[in-house]
Design a protein around this ligand. Structure first.
Ligand SMILES: [Zn+2]
Length: 89
């Protein structure tokens, strides 16, 4: 067993980040080069695949639904929006 390019040790932990697209470009290309020659990491990516996309789906859903910002910040100078809904009360 001879690690050709990058140490396999840190690569495995990059699998999840890679699947989430959370790696920076330099690390991503290094990881892709490693993936091409490492069956173990490819298997790990395949194993994590569904879970990672599930997490990504949850995350984007969470981000796309804005938090209810009503009277918690109305004391600030940021009150340039529409009038508050009377149905909130
Ligand atoms: Zn590997």
């Amino acid at each position: 067993m001879t690690p050709s390019d990058a140490p396999h040790d840190g690569m495995l932990s990059n699998c999840a980040l890679y699947l989430l697209g959370a790696l920076d470009p330099a690390t991503e290309s290094t990881f892709e080069r490693h993936l091409a020659g490492c069956t173990e990491c490819r298997r790990e990516c395949e194993r994590l695949g569904p879970a990672a996309s599930a997490v990504a789906g949850l995350d984007s859903t969470d981000l796309s639904s804005p938090l209810p910002v009503d009277d918690a910040t109305s004391g600030d100078s940021n009150v340039a929006g529409p009038a508050p809904d009377p149905e909130a009360r």
